[in-house]
Design a protein around this ligand. Structure first.
Ligand code: FAD
Length: 472
């Protein structure tokens, strides 16, 4: 059911914007534009039938309060000038089958401007031997698996075969996965974690999780809230080289005095716990993985080079000492960052993994601004930052678009404003697009399935099951 036709003039000529990606960046940019520009009309596309990006598929199931932003996104979607086209992939990335998607140059025919906010869907690799062996995976895939992301639902991990896991990286995602591995299963059952993940985790033998970083405690990227949660896990002891951590903190007390959040974080780390329990999590510093060790084609351990820190504390580098250490483990999860993919027809800075831009306006390889082409979120500034920082970043891009509208800057020279042609194109390519009302029906079915299991929702984990709801 169409809410409007693109050719319907409001008070003056409509500004037609396509948004590629329905995560926080796409929604917050839309939110500001709809609020401040009455002539704006937005069509938001997502390759999945369901919206909200990493809010649904990244944020940990035991952080339901973070997911409340979905209510704000619902309000945006209620605007008459907004439409959602889920299950529609835009552009070609890697070996995507273009016959099932809409190319960038095709989309450009229908809109005055396009906002690309398709996030960072891949992960960075360590580049060490045996990284792809059974038992070694990216935290991104593990997160996608427990959150029910269709592409990750079939992940198999040796959770029943080992009691020790190593997480490489010391950011919030690393703590999310460590917490999930060590949380009491009955706590996780109260969340919207998928049933198959709960089933697998209920049989898990993992008792010890090592969270390993190249540098020292002052360079750790996790934040106090996540660390506090980790320290509070029932029956899980915290282990680290407390003397060395304490020395590092003392040594850099002047540096910390000017950085209150980091100082608070260090104060949390600088306490030995006297907790009982047969589980533990270990923070290990100054270790760079050099090889995953195997036995019968599965993870048996990991070998590190031991580092020392060089340079001033704010820029300290990890430098290998030539000394090595091995550790036994059956599971390795690398959590060293997400990565955006280039898209055919768009500029891309491979080094930084983002779309070159000036306050959200794309710039081409000759440093020229590209009329009507914008970006926001992780694709614009690289895959770091929480939802609040993504919101500020999205608002900045919205301001850039609003400024361009005010000064009547050149936009895309779209030739075709007829909805019918866009729908015809999707029909020809057998793309079954999903509206926001459709999504709400899928969501209602998820709530219903969840209620039967005593949890907030049970997600559909295949596209077919999501679409089946709409055929009922
Ligand atoms: C594991 C994890 C946990 C996190 N936990 C928290 C937390 O607790 N609190 C917090 O504040 N922040 C958290 N964050 C950060 C937060 O999720 C990000 O800041 C935010 O989601 C980035 O928004 P985005 O819109 O740029 O990208 P995304 O949220 O990734 O959205 C991108 C969207 O684009 C779609 N897309 C991709 N390719 C295409 C295509 N070709 N065509 C159409 N659509 C496409 C995707 O399906 C997706 O819906 C977490 C991040 C991760 C990875």
């Amino acid at each position: 059911m169409l809410k409007r036709t693109l050719t319907t003039a409001a008070t003056s000529k409509p500004f037609r914007l396509a948004v590629v990606g329905s995560g926080p960046a796409g929604f917050y940019t839309s939110h500001k534009l709809l609020k401040e520009s009455p002539t704006t009309q937005i069509d938001m596309f997502d390759s999945l039938p369901v919206p909200h990006g990493l809010v649904r598929y990244g944020v940990a199931p035991d952080h339901p309060e973070v997911k409340n932003v979905m209510t704000t996104f619902d309000k945006v979607a209620e605007d008459e000038r907004f439409r959602f086209f889920g299950n529609v992939t835009i552009g070609k990335q890697n070996d995507d089958n273009i016959s099932k998607s809409i190319a960038v140059h095709e989309l450009q025919r229908y809109y005055d401007a396009i906002l690309f906010s398709y996030g960072a869907s891949e992960d960075r690799q360590l580049g060490i031997p045996n990284e792809d062996v059974y038992g070694s995976s990216s935290a991104r895939t593990f997160v996608g698996w427990y959150n029910g992301l269709p592409r990750d639902r079939d992940l198999k991990l040796p959770l029943e075969d080992t009691d020790t896991a190593v997480v490489i990286g010391q950011g919030n995602v690393a703590l999310d996965v460590a917490r999930v591995l060590l949380s009491p299963i009955d706590e996780l059952r109260k969340t919207d974690m998928t049933e198959y993940a709960l089933e697998a985790l209920s049989k898990s033998r993992i008792k010890h999780v090592h969270v390993v970083g190249r540098r020292g405690p002052l360079q750790a990227a996790f934040t106090a809230k996540e660390l506090r949660e980790q320290l509070k896990l029932p029956g899980v002891q915290f282990r680290a080289d407390h003397t060395w951590i304490h020395d590092q903190i003392q040594q850099h007390s002047d540096y910390l005095a000017k950085r209150r959040p980091l100082k608070r974080l260090m104060a949390l780390l600088d306490q030995e716990q006297n907790k009982q329990g047969d589980k533990s999590w270990h923070l290990q510093f100054l270790r760079s993985p050099v090889e995953i060790l195997t036995n019968n084609d599965r993870v048996a351990g990991i070998r590190y080079e031991i580092n020392r820190l060089e340079g001033p504390v704010e820029k300290s580098r990890a430098v290998g000492t030539g000394e090595y250490e091995t550790q036994e483990c059956g599971l390795v999860l690398r959590s060293i960052g997400y990565k955006s993919l280039a898209m055919d027809g768009l500029p891309f800075d491979v080094q930084q993994g983002l779309i070159p831009n000036l306050y959200g306006k794309m710039i081409d390889h000759e440093q020229n601004e590209m009329p009507g082409m914008y970006t926001a979120g992780w694709l614009k500034r690289g895959p770091t930052g929480v939802i609040v920082s993504t919101m500020s970043d999205a608002y900045e891009t919205a301001d850039t678009i609003l400024a361009d509208l005010r000064k009547d800057a050149p936009m895309l020279s779209s030739q075709n404003h007829a909805d019918d042609d866009l729908f015809q194109l999707m029909y020809q390519r057998q793309i079954r697009h999903v509206s926001y009302d459709d999504w709400k029906r899928i969501e209602a079915a998820e709530f219903q399935a969840g209620a039967k299991l005593g949890k907030p929702r049970e997600k559909f984990t295949t596209v077919e099951h999501m679409l089946d709801v709409l055929n009922r």
